[in-house]
Design a protein around this ligand. Structure first.
Ligand code: B12
Length: 215
C-alpha cells in the first residue's frame, strides 16, 4: 500500500467526513491500487481496531464509534460489487457457509469482512446478521442446510450464549461444522467448554481451511 494511505484515511475519518472516506476507499479499489483483501486488512480493520477517543470527546465516544462503523460498513457494502466482478475467476469449493454473530453480540465488521473473504476463497458464503437469537440460528441452518456455520464473537461475555448455541447445533445438526472466529477466542481457555471444529482468525487461516476442506 502506498505510504501515507492509512494516515490520510484516518484523517478523513477523524473529520467524520463520510462522503470523502467512501470516495477515498472506492477509488483505491477502482484504480486497482488495493485489492479487496488489502483494503480490508490494511485500511478498514486498523481504522476500527486502533480507534480511540480523545479525552475531550469521551462523552460522545460511543456515538463516534457508531458513526465510524457505519462509514466502514458502507465501504464494505460497496466492495461487494467488486467481489462480484472477481467471482467468475475463482475456483469453487462447493461448501456452503453461514456467518453470523450470536445473540447480544453487536460487533459485526469482522464477520462481514470474513464472509467476503470466504466468497473470494470460493466458498458459497453468506453473512446473515448480528445479534442473532439461538432459535433463528437453528432455523437458518434448517433452511440453508450449510456445510459450516461460522460464529464471530468479540465480547467474552457472550461466550455463555455461544456455548448454548454450539451445544444445540451439535445436538440437532451433527453434520454441520462449527467455525469460531473473533477476539473472544484469542484466549485458549475461552474455548475449553465450547464445541467447535475450527478456530479461524485471519485470511491465512481461511486459505489453509479452504485447502483442508477441498482436498
Ligand atoms: C466498532 C466497535 C463497536 C461498535 C460495533 C458496531 C458494529 N456494527 O460492528 C459498537 C459501538 C456497537 C460497540 C459496542 C460495544 N463495544 Co465495542 N468496539 C468496537 C471497536 C472500536 C472496533 C471493533 C471492530 O469492528 N474491529 C475491526 C474488526 C475487523 O476486527 P475484529 O472484529 O477483531 O475481526 C478480525 C478478527 O477478529 C477476525 N474475525 C472476526 N470474526 C471472525 C469470524 C471468522 C469466521 C473469521 C475467519 C475471522 C474473524 O477477522 C477480522 C479481521 O482480522 C473495538 C475496538 C477493538 N480494539 O476491537 C471495540 C471493542 C471490541 N468494544 C468493546 C466493548 C466493551 C463494547 C461495549 C460493551 C461498550 C459499551 N459499554 O456499550 C459494547 C458491546 C456491544 C455488544 N453487545 O456487542 C471492547 C471489548 C473488550 C472486551 N474484550 O471485552 C473493545 C475491544 C473496545 C475496548 N478497547 O474496550 N463497539
Amino acid at each position: 500500500m502506498p505510504k501515507d494511505t492509512l494516515s490520510q484515511f484516518l484523517e478523513i475519518l477523524d473529520q467524520e467526513n463520510k462522503q470523502e472516506a467512501v470516495r477515498f476507499a472506492t477509488e483505491l479499489l477502482e484504480k486497482g491500487i488495493l485489492s479487496i483483501e488489502e483494503l480490508y486488512i490494511q485500511l478498514l480493520a486498523p481504522s476500527l481496531l486502533f480507534f480511540s477517543c480523545k479525552v475531550a470527546d469521551e462523552e460522545i465516544c460511543i456515538w463516534k464509534e457508531h458513526f465510524r462503523t457505519s462509514i466502514i460498513r458502507t465501504i464494505l457494502e460497496i466492495s461487494y460489487t467488486y467481489i462480484l466482478k472477481r467471482l467468475h475467476q475463482i475456483p469453487k469449493v462447493n461448501k456452503k457457509v453461514v456467518i453470523l454473530t450470536p445473540a447480544f453480540e453487536y460487533h459485526e465488521i469482522g464477520a462481514i469482512m470474513n464472509a467476503h473473504f470466504m466468497l473470494l476463497e470460493g466458498f458459497d458464503a453468506n453473512y446473515i446478521g448480528a445479534n442473532t437469537p439461538k432459535n433463528e440460528i437453528l432455523s437458518a441452518i434448517r433452511a440453508y442446510e450449510p456445510d459450516f456455520i461460522a460464529l464471530s464473537v468479540t465480547n467474552p461475555y457472550n461466550l455463555v450464549i455461544t456455548k448454548q448455541i454450539t451445544d444445540e447445533i451439535r445436538r440437532f445438526f451433527p453434520n454441520v461444522g462449527i467455525i469460531l472466529g473473533g477476539q473472544a477466542f484469542r484466549e485458549k481457555h475461552n474455548v475449553e467448554s465450547i464445541k467447535y471444529d475450527y478456530i479461524l482468525q485471519s485470511l491465512d487461516d481461511l486459505k489453509a481451511f479452504r485447502k483442508q476442506v477441498s482436498a
